[in-house]
Design a protein around this ligand. Structure first.
Ligand SMILES: Cc1ncc(C[n+]2csc(CCOP(=O)(O)OP(=O)(O)O)c2C)c(N)n1
Ligand SMILES: [Mg+2]
Length: 407
């Protein structure tokens, strides 16, 4: 029985060697084919601002946005990019152990973060510095994690932002459970006053069992959760081709909830689509999957060298879709902002970078008691014994008198 629609497209066969074994390293052609395959359905991409900075009409998503809001979106994206670049430099100078760049994903994150209402809850992975910014977390708190002085210092209840999660996809289960709780407690039913959850994860995470399970649970309990996938085209060195044979947003159909692909380098489209999705969830019509189609313009982390596995031309092509430049051109083209506005944001950005550097260098190293003090809420004999063992071990060194907090 012929079933041509269900056969994999011909290019997928080229990724299988003659012996039938999948080749370890995708060729350049395969990577490009993969990008093409997972971008099928390009017509479904919601865009409100073209890469040339022109407003685009969309039949389903309109956004009534005034001059001040446009300028503040530009300001947020620019400041967050500066936080990112400064932190990257701090890592290179030995002040941070590692940094996870968000370069290129500013529109996806500021658009989504600004769509949230104060009562909503976000579950991030480890790259969500723009979401943290929108939830009012001071960027110095992010530096603490990557300097190793704490495990996340903000209050998730006060900020509506859970702590960063390194285990890929795990936060989706937490988010689904939290959203089920919102539903059980009767906090959904009104798009303005209800509560919703939004969960951030990557294209690579979509291959994790945790993500599948969270989709199932959220679907069957109508949980008010927006699954926000930033498809930045790469999971460390693995292209999206290695995660899916269909565009990621289409997976939602199999679980029975809406999936929508938005131009993640377009802050206006991301804001409009995420607002809609969160409103749906607060009203009780969740869950919703959003795939924000974007690009990771820097390496996976500062421990990674992206030139080892991806083509320079690919990056050059995405630079033309830079999310901040796109909005800047729009502001200039429409006469919304003059040079003094851009100069002001640049000056603010310099001040922020200087403050970050100063705070980072002044962060005290935690003493050895710190790793034991936050394991359990109540004292534990086992943890106490380990603490004493460490203290005894340290006391065996000649410079044992070095006070805690000194490196
Ligand atoms: C369960 C688990 N497996 C593997 C890793 C190692 N790892 C760290 S980041 C990453 C890739 C994630 O890619 P993606 O979901 O696309 O997110 P991105 O880093 O691109 O934002 C992997 C495999 C991990 N942290 N957790
Ligand atoms: Mg990715």
């Amino acid at each position: 029985m012929p079933s041509p629609q269900h056969d994999p497209p011909s290019w997928t066969r080229s990724s299988v060697g003659s012996a039938g074994a999948v080749e370890a390293e995708p060729t350049a052609a395969q990577v490009i084919a993969g990008l093409r395959a997972t971008s099928e359905g390009g017509d479904d991409l919601v865009q409100l601002l073209s890469p040339e900075g022109q407003r685009v009409h969309h039949p389903d998503f309109t956004l009534d946005v005034g001059a001040e809001e446009l300028k503040s979106l530009y300001r947020d994206m620019t400041l967050v990019r500066r936080v990112d670049r400064e932190a990257n430099a701090l890592q290179r100078q030995g002040q941070l152990g590692i940094w996870v760049p968000l370069l290129g994903q500013e529109a996806a994150q500021i658009g989504a973060g600004r769509a949230m209402a104060p009562q909503d809850m976000a579950f991030p992975s480890y790259r969500e510095h723009g979401i943290a910014w929108c939830r009012g977390v001071d960027p110095t708190e992010l530096l603490g994690i990557f300097r190793g002085t704490d495990h996340g210092s903000w209050d998730p209840r006060a900020t509506g932002l859970h702590l960063y999660t390194i285990v890929i996809g795990n936060q989706c289960l937490n988010a689904a459970g939290y959203a089920m709780g919102q539903r059980f407690e009767g906090k959904v039913g009104d798009s303005a006053t209800g509560e919703a959850t939004i969960c951030f994860f990557g294209d690579g995470a979509t291959s994790q069992g945790d993500v599948h399970e969270s989709f199932v649970w959220a679907a069957v309990y109508d949980a008010p959760v927006v699954f926000f996938c930033q498809n930045n085209q790469w999971a460390v060195s693995e292209p999206t081709e290695r995660q899916s044979r269909v565009p990621l947003y289409r997976r939602a159909q199999g679980y029975g909830f809406p999936g929508i692909r938005v131009d993640g380098n377009d802050v206006l489209a991301t804001l409009a689509v995420t607002r809609w999705a969160l409103d749906e969830c607060r009203a009780g019509n969740g869950p919703v999957l959003i795939e924000a189609y974007t690009y990771r313009m820097d390496a996976h982390t500062t421990s990674d060298d992206a030139t080892r596995y991806r083509l320079a031309e690919e990056l050059e092509a995405w630079k033309l879709k830079d999310p901040i430049e796109r909005l800047r051109v729009h502001l200039v083209r429409e006469g919304v902002a003059e040079q003094d506005f851009f100069d002001g944001v640049a000056a603010e950005s310099d001040e922020l970078a200087a403050r970050l550097r100063e705070c980072c260098e002044a962060m005290p190293a935690p003493g050895p008691e710190r790793i034991f003090s936050q394991v359990y809420a109540e004292p534990s004999p086992a943890v106490q014994a380990q603490h004493e063992e460490l203290l005894a071990y340290q006391a065996g060194f000649a410079d044992a008198g070095t006070p805690d907090g000194e490196r």
